[in-house]
Design a protein around this ligand. Structure first.
Ligand SMILES: *Cc1c(COP(=O)(O)O)cnc(C)c1O
Length: 377
């Protein structure tokens, strides 16, 4: 059977996890966490990066640090993972869903302005499949209306928009290192902070409301409870696993890109004939091969395709049920404007197996099987 995903494993992970254990430092902010922070800041040109326990908790930190509260509104696509919206709902604010663009499946930047009210406080940009949203337009709208911008770059680690790393463009950026993402630590994530004046509040929020980080740096002579907080820092054992992956970040990225490009080549003729649609990478975007998807004719075509692959031992999966039509979306949010693409495009989308180490042989089998179906139907 060919899985949809296999968590990335380089080979040095166990050695690093053992080093963390041997150093008698398995709680948060140990040597491996510090290495990961320094690497991510340097590589992506981020002012400050803090590892978190998940992409979801990075998003929660961002919404809390933006000062969102009950009655506020946040503009967000409906075609995204639940975490994007739960981080908004957690603060008491209301997610206001707008439609996506069919080419990238990202928020349609031309639909944002009409959804702004006097309660709007932020825009949440989700970089679907590691392909950037139209950030210049989004940042310009935000500046004009005095809104915060949070980038959900959970899928966008190692992706760029006009030369800038995803996650570093908005006020806050959020990465995920879940096992389904390009780089992993089991469960984990990172918060990227754009403005230095947010650093202290972020550290306090992450460390149970204490000024412990300042204490360790010798900036205060005792540490104490200073503000609202939670525990958002991951164990150094998880950071050790991630550190092994980050050291080989280019190897992983190159391998994924090669797989992605092989899919792109294989399906180009069927895209040209109109049998399927394939991902679009707009000019100025460098992507990280997080995902390769096809869009079939309709829901029935997709269901048949997934079943066909399954019968031949291949796992291909779809997502997302648009949040505005999910039970919690109906309860907590609302859709602004027309749902022209969100529902219809999500019904047609299917993701093919893509992970670090997928063999050429296995990929060829996936391609041949998919082509069999597409030529027959
Ligand atoms: C994976 C993902 C998340 C959540 O990340 P976790 O690390 O699983 O909490 C949030 N948003 C998007 C778009 C994701 O793909």
């Amino acid at each position: 059977m060919i899985s949809f995903n296999v968590p990335p494993f380089i080979g040095t992970e166990l050695d690093y996890v053992k080093q963390a254990i041997d150093a008698h430092k398995i709680c948060g902010d140990g040597q491996f966490t510090k290495k990961c922070h320094a690497y991510l800041e340097e590589r992506f040109g981020a002012q400050k990066v803090l590892l978190t326990t998940s992409g979801t908790t990075a998003l929660e930190m961002a919404t809390i640090l933006c000062g969102l509260k009950k009655g506020d509104e946040v503009i967000v696509p409906s075609f995204t993972f639940s975490s994007t919206a739960t981080a908004i709902v957690l603060t008491g604010a209301t997610p206001v869903f707008v439609d996506i663009r069919p080419d990238t499946m990202n928020i349609d930047e031309t639909k944002i302005e009409a959804a702004i009210t006097d309660k709007t406080r932020a825009i949440m940009a989700v970089h679907y499949a590691g392909v950037a949203c139209e950030m210049d337009t989004i940042m310009e709208i935000a500046a004009r209306h005095n809104l915060k911008v949070i980038e959900d770059a959970a899928q966008g680690v190692m992706s760029y928009y006009k030369g800038r790393a995803l996650g570093t463009i908005g006020d806050f950026g959020c990465f995920s290192f879940h096992e389904t993402k390009n780089y992993s630590m089991g469960e984990g994530g990172a918060l990227l902070i754009r403005h230095p004046e947010d650093n202290d509040s972020a550290e306090i929020l992450r460390e149970k409301g204490t000024n412990r980080a300042r204490f360790f740096r010798g900036q205060v002579d005792k540490y104490t409870w200073v503000d609202y907080g939670s525990s958002y820092l991951p164990s150094d054992m998880n950071a050790a696993y991630l550190w092994a992956q980050l050291q080989e970040a280019d190897l992983i990225n190159d391998n994924r890109l090669a797989i992605w490009n092989t899919y792109a080549e294989a399906f180009a003729p069927l895209a040209a004939s109109g049998r399927v649609e394939v991902p679009t990478i707009p000019a100025g975007c460098v992507h990280n091969a997080h995902m390769y998807y096809l869009k079939l004719r309709d829901l029935q075509d997709r269901t048949d395709f997934i079943q066909y692959l399954k019968d031949k031992g291949i796992v291909a999966v779809f997502h997302y049920i648009p949040l505005h039509s999910a039970p919690a979306g109906l309860k907590f949010g609302r859709f602004h404007g027309e749902d022209r693409y969100t529902t219809s495009e999500s019904d047609r989308l299917v993701r093919l197996p893509l992970y670090y180490g997928l063999t050429q042989e296995d990929q060829q089998y996936v391609i041949n099987t998919a082509l069999d179906y597409l030529h027959k139907n």
